[in-house]
Write a new protein. Structure first.
Lengths: 294, 378, 378, 294
């Protein structure tokens, strides 16, 4: 099984006529995703990569039964786009858009939560389940079907790591890029139970970063509720405190959110912690081997 | 993260009805003397250097004056100061109040709970980090319901206030909440919030505005921050660029990959000097700009580590080749490249034509950069 | 339910940036002429009697004028009018616009969904009740997220607008939403919203403010409504009091019980003339006041039907006995009482002392009142 | 069994030191309700009817384990009081307060919904389950344990009707007074499934009023999901259109919300509709007899 997406996933792309919207619609299609609709106000009746475009998400849902949205609209309009998706009955919204103010994201998160819609992102690469569906922008080439569930706060680092897992011949059930912003729709703690419950996922890879306490929260959760082996890597051990490292989230402030605190919390929860990305595939192979011998 | 100087923070607080000491910001001793003459600032007064670094009190950046002449010379001293690397351009001159108690109140974001958190302590005037947990009261405020009466009452209890000061506190907390939301702040802090008789006064103001929200608040985009000049240029070009202490330049795409690259370099004994995150782009010109910016930072060697997703490998290669052609000869640097992902083959081919090999293994590439940097250390 | 006259609604709309015809409200022909002289109102113009009842156009309460003299006499005519029982005290005088299209937009509450609903139709200028369902677009707006871009775009599509008129529409809808929330409205309606070239103009304004919110908006509490004078007095005393067409007065506690009592009286051929809901009270003075108010309405008979909960039976009995003592002889009425619930025995005893029997069976009591009323019909 | 309240119900009274708060605390206690705490800001440390008073609901919950709130605070402060109760973890809030603006109630309803707290009211008599607990202001004398579930939009009319059912020797499992305001926390449609699911409830009495479409919505729900017999009464058949009959909710406007439309919708759903309140006990007895013979 896969997590969050399956063969019934029908995607509407909000902002499909923009450059990224169009490029990634094509990539999602090549992956095998059922991209059933696009939305760009004022462009109803046109097509992008063979996908019909609608003025409104509600129209797209009515016409195509779309249940999942991939949002590419620019930051100033992202909140509106998400509200529209929720009100149209979309159950899963992958928000690729970056630079959304966290105050907007607070409203987006709590509204979606209240209405039962799950958000992945913002500022995220999205979800990929090899052989099933991809919603977002993770490069198609990195995937290979297999027993590993990947949860990551990073973008390209995820590609690098998933790619390494695939090249090692292991492969993934599903990979979720959560996004690195201060407020995310789905956190490690929200994503872990999905993989814990998925029978095909035999091991979970967790890719974290400095900043915040999401990894510490994850360690608490793993200790209490996760029985599958977990391998983790935390980027930014060498980053100096007080400097914001690219992501709005990635900053060590006032001694909080250091790589050390995250690594030691994870280790204490029984997680194998890689010091560098290239150590991950080996650790995964080891833990899978050990688990299968039990 | 736009950190505002105290006087700018206070300008915001004033708009939200938060009581402040009487005073004004000055940029010269003459302006200070004029402020006394016009009674904008009553004597005795306090003169505070407007720098972003903390520890101003102990560091001599806050001084007192009892006459106009004394204030004039104090302001002159402060304007000549360089405080923790920051030049002092403004001095805030304010009445000196007779303070009975100092409290702490602030609102910021709790990422784990995804809720704003209202923080209060009876122990103000010191860094909140130094206050023990049991003396700090935290209440979470839901964005859909906002600050309510019970939040205000709880803070009043924490601070031990009732009657008129509790009513004043309620108004201040409302103002703080409205400022936090309407100004898209990451932090609004009053430390200390001083009790002066039956009133409360915000003696200091610390406001941090969220970068991503400057589309709604263009006035904050232009405010100087504690960035280096090169960081400032990079910011204008929309490139994440951070100067560190070492001599190796890292150009990667994505914060995670860039940080992971730094981690690897450090493991092999390298010292990263510039963190440059290309982000997601498929414009070769942006890549060229990034390389020219990197050249300005005069790195001993540069590591280009790209995983093509939104960014395509051939785009990066194209931009890189164009950049190398236009880097002045005194700015050239050894380059180690590693490009993978979308259009990898095309990118590698383009680089090969320009005489650059891509090293696919991250360990090997890292070692090569560190070697190049120590060989070419200036 | 505070229904505002058109001109008051438009004053609100103006504050929220909704475009209106140029004009002013006048209370005399002289004021109207003066408005023309000062060019506050351009000619030709329209003069609209400010009454709350609908159907003003067909009923002759909206007239046109092309000269100042004509306007003067038109306004004089309108001020002399009594429209569906309402005296005309104000006339709204406005420029006459060249209208290309008339739309309908409104926001009100959907009780079932517990959400505000934004209603739009291309068929404006007629009662929305007369428009077929298929020509009405409804969108629900969540109080926590408010009116969003997609709501605005949907209304533009419904009305067939794009470009400048669609942008104007967006501003109008935003204003309407903000007014709905900030003024605690039950209804904000623009019918018709007129297209005039590239602009949109609110030709009419219907705003209903919620009674219960007047503690936030005391200015609305004082606005005259379509209540009778006695209803107005009752309102000031906080008593729910409605005048109907019949001759039997009903005093009960609770809206449901009062309505059920009316239903029973009607079944026995009685015609309720006053609906007086005591609500929950345990102040005998309020009961006395209610009875004296009832006496003013000169009922042929009164039915007191109380189930004591918050209200205690003995309180009611006490208040009633006091009232009966002070009702003037020409205002006396036959009374049938039925009191049950908390402190029932004490209440019944008090009434008995005053010579009043309580009839426990609702049917029997109902019949007795109807008989008393028909015997005593004036 | 009972509905919404049970033997674990522990009540905190918000506004306990006010006149109504104090009176009804005593009445609830006499009914057998566990009133464990009261809240009035600034009155911490005092007692009302032997019940300890706290400054804040969170304090009361911490000290006493209160899980249910009965709110008597004046309308301008009711929204704040409800938010406080929700944030303190209260699961059921009975809002007795009348004259709360519906805009406030919209926020209260949607916030409570999002956070999993059920509201009864506002402007309501509350809940009574004879022999178990009462939260609100329904007079104690009207109850008698029995098989009838009562749901009502009215106040005193409910007392009248419940009293009639009790006097007939039938009795109630639980009676819920929903309140007659335009926006209520719990509607007929929300309350019906509770009684349908309660094994001890053999018949449901629904007391409606003119205004709104809550009774029509209930009829739709009953037709689809309720298998127990239902007896209904709609007050206000004789009320003239356009006149607001006491309640903010009770008004026939533009032909909507008439007694006739409600009665016929309910009859079409198999509900026995009483024409007058005094017909209810007889109808209840008939339907119960018929049901027991099946």
């Amino acid at each position: 099984m896969t997590v969050l997406v399956d063969r019934d996933t029908k995607v509407v792309v909000q902002g499909i006529t923009g450059h990224q919207g169009t490029v990634h619609t094509r990539q999602m299609q090549r992956f095998g995703t059922r991209v059933v609709a696009g939305v760009t106000p004022g462009k109803a009746g046109t097509q992008v990569e063979g996908v019909p475009v609608y003025d409104a998400v509600a129209d797209a849902v009515r016409a195509t039964g779309a249940n999942t949205s991939c949002i590419f609209v620019p930051a100033p309009f992202a909140r509106d786009a998400l509200f529209e998706a929720v009100d149209a009955g979309i159950r899963l919204a992958v928000v690729v858009t970056e630079h959304i103010p966290f105050h907007d994201m607070l409203s987006m998160y709590h509204y979606a939560l209240a209405r039962g819609t799950r958000i992945i992102g913002p500022n995220c690469p999205g979800i990929g389940a090899p052989g099933v569906a991809k919603v977002g922008i993770i490069p198609n080439v990195v995937f290979r079907p297999g027993p590993v569930g990947v949860i990551s706060r990073s973008g390209t680092l995820t590609y690098e790591i998933v790619s390494g897992i695939s090249e090692k011949g292991l492969g993934e059930t599903t990979c979720i890029g959560l996004g690195g912003d201060p407020v995310v729709g789905t956190s490690f703690v929200d994503a872990l139970p999905l993989f814990e419950a998925d029978p095909d996922t035999k091991l979970i890879v967790l890719v974290g970063e400095i900043g915040g306490t999401a990894e510490e929260d994850a360690a608490d959760y793993i200790r209490a509720y996760v029985h599958k082996p977990v391998v983790a890597y935390i980027a930014g051990a060498s980053a100096p405190p007080g400097k914001r490292m690219g992501h709005a989230g990635a900053i060590v402030l006032r001694g909080r959110g250091t790589a050390e605190s995250k690594q030691s919390a994870l280790r204490a929860a029984g997680v194998s912690v890689a010091r560098f990305p290239y150590e991950i595939p080996e650790l995964v192979a080891d833990r899978l081997r050990a688990a299968s011998h039990r | 993260m736009v950190k505002l100087a105290e006087w700018r923070g206070k300008e915001i607080y004033r708009r939200y009805g938060i009581p402040l000491p009487r005073g004004t910001v000055v940029r010269s001793p003459d302006e200070a003397a004029e402020a006394v003459r016009t009674k904008t600032v009553p004597l005795p007064c306090v003169a505070k250097a407007q720098v972003l670094a903390g520890g101003r009190g102990k560091g001599g950046a806050v001084r007192f004056a009892t006459t106009a002449d004394e204030l004039r010379s104090t302001v002159a001293d402060l304007l000549a100061l360089e405080f923790k690397g920051e030049k002092v351009r403004e001095v805030l001159v304010e009445e000196r109040l007779s303070i009975e108690q100092e409290f702490y109140v602030a609102i910021t974001l709790d990422r784990s709970r995804r809720l704003p958190v209202l923080i209060a302590s009876r122990q103000g005037g010191v860094e909140i980090e130094s206050v023990e947990e049991s003396a700090i009261d935290r209440q979470w405020v839901h964005p859909f319901t906002g600050l309510s009466g019970y939040h205000r009452r709880q803070v009043a209890r924490t601070l031990g206030l009732d009657g008129a000061p509790a009513r004043a506190l309620a108004g201040i907390l409302d103002g703080l909440w409205r400022a936090f939301v309407a100004e898209d702040a990451e932090l609004v802090e009053i430390n200390p919030l001083a009790r002066v008789g039956e009133s409360l006064v915000a003696l200091d103001a610390k406001v941090i505005i969220e970068d991503d929200a400057t589309f709604r608040h263009p006035q904050y985009a232009a405010i100087p921050d504690d960035r280096t000049p090169l960081e400032e240029v990079a910011r204008e070009k929309g490139i994440a660029f951070v100067q560190l202490d070492g001599n190796i330049g890292v150009i990667a795409n994505g914060a995670g990959l860039t940080m992971a690259t730094l981690d690897v370099l450090k493991e092999y004994g390298g010292a990263p000097g510039v963190f440059l995150d290309l982000g997601g782009t498929d414009d070769p010109k942006k890549v060229t700009e990034a390389f020219l910016l990197m050249a300005e930072a005069r790195p001993a060697a540069v590591f280009l580590n790209i995983f093509g997703g939104v960014t395509r490998c051939d785009t990066v290669a194209e931009g890189l080749v164009a950049a190398l052609a236009s880097v002045p000869s005194d700015r050239r640097f050894p380059l180690v490249a590693r490009i993978r992902g979308n259009n990898e083959a095309e990118g590698i081919a383009l680089l090969r034509q320009a005489g650059i090999a891509s090293i696919p293994d991250l360990r090997e590439a890292g070692r090569a950069v560190v070697a190049a940097a120590s060989g070419g250390r200036r």
